[in-house]
Design a protein around this ligand. Sequence first.
Ligand code: FAD
Length: 518
Amino acid sequence: MALMKALYVHAAVVALLLCSSVNFIQSPTDVFGPVALLEPTPSAARDFGAVVSDAPIAVMRPGSPADVARLLRALSSAGAGRRRPRAAVAARGAGHSLHGQAQARGGIVVETRALPRGVEVAAAASYADVGGGALWVEVLEACLRSGLAPRSWTDYLYLTVGGTLSNGGISGQAFKHGPQISNVLQLEVVTGTGEVVTCSPTQSPELFFAVLGGLGQFGIITRARIPLQVAPPKVRWVRAFYDSFETFSKDQELLVSTPELVDYVEGFMVLNEQSLHSSSVSFPAQVNFSPDFGSSSASGRRKVYYCIEFAVHDFQDRGSSAADHAVELVSGKLSYLRPHAYSVEVAYYDFLNRVRMEEESLRERGLWDVPHPWLNVLVPGHAAARFKDLLMATVVTQGDFEGPVLVYPLLTDRWDGNTSAVVPAAPDGVAYVFSVLRSTDPARCGRACVERILEQHRRVADEACRRLGAKQYLARQPSRAHWRDHFGPAWDRFVARKARFDPARVLGPGQGIFPWTD
Ligand code: FAD
């Protein structure tokens, strides 16, 4: 039955592709070989953002990179010589994009989760070879069996290796080790022309750097070699509270200037004290964590607090350790609202997997499978306070604001300028991540309300980019002109990379950078 269904869809797709005044495709088997194309599933037209839904004509679950190569070869040769490909292709990892970036309207979605996802740990050489469709949590679990772990993470681990390496991959370790795209030794990539290439900083470096942060435009990552470090059994995880953004950010910068002591630095805005008593900020529930600052200022205006979160790896099994000493030393230098600093010791795995708690909490409250109009902006350090004011004056003013607002510094020299990712020019080398991670409750915020939020975010992002030299992260830009502005001086290089690795513009239609239907 399943086979019949697959053959039916295969035939339907081939018929669609052949149904054109010019027959680009000579034989169906040239195109797809033995790989069945499947009827599009609802998930292929959906992502975490839940604001864009573009249906493909088919889905491919490749069993190997060769399957992907056959598809891309056929489609790109059909599109060569100024003729358009008959279908564009989007790689889809875990589908946690926000604006349809892993979708392909009328095209084919390649589900990378179907590719071999094995994690091979070379413990002696301290690296792991991992499938492009593996989730980071799978990579972590496999590496921990050898007492090792990657160095740079995202907050949430149920994202694929290929998906985060196509963007950047940032979390509280990025100040120390750089983003995930600065922590890759080698890649296996199927280019837009269907070539399977192993690349690294010394072997086919142009492809290697193009693909990292390349928004899925140049090739599909089928394997990655990730450097590892010794994993600590546990971490000391600390939170300290502030009532001044200036003091908060000064202390964050102090922390990122001490990478020999600290392993992780993040922070968030406390817009509503009540949110600290829910699990939505993912601090372990068993900790007596109930700071009470008094909920409003003397003027009657809602007072905003800030929380620094930092962590230190702890390698000692029992007794007081170097980690305790480091926490004590560092805390002594911070100017938080005394006595509001809280510390907990947690297993390393639980620390890295902390956002799972947030997912469970949102699922319980019916706020996971809902629209998520998120705004992620990287702001030069000198403009961080101005951007915070802009956010306060616009996006986070409403009383019904639901979701955390993360704020933490990155060091721009940890980003390799050869990759396709762009970060703001920051004269002092510091850029702040501002992540407005909003969930909208459909009972209170319907389609028009979500559109209003998105429009507001676009205005704020435009202003931040134009006036403050900020760069958006994870966003689908609304027009080609916006993309050109986003890449700035790196635009010509991005375009040249496209012409070289995906000249028929088969890949990544959901980003809206290179239209293939004109
Ligand atoms: P998808 O949404 O499936 O794809 C994203 C893009 O990458 C698409 O353009 C797609 O075509 C392309 N792509 C996917 N796989 C491949 C591949 N193998 N080869 C080439 N291109 C590919 N990001 C951070 O940096 N830090 C965080 O802490 C963080 N936390 C998050 C928490 C949540 C709850 C969510 C929903 C997202 C978070 N993100 C974070 C964003 C996340 O990194 C990106 O959305 C990422 O792309 C998601 O990976 P994915 O596997 O779901 O990718």
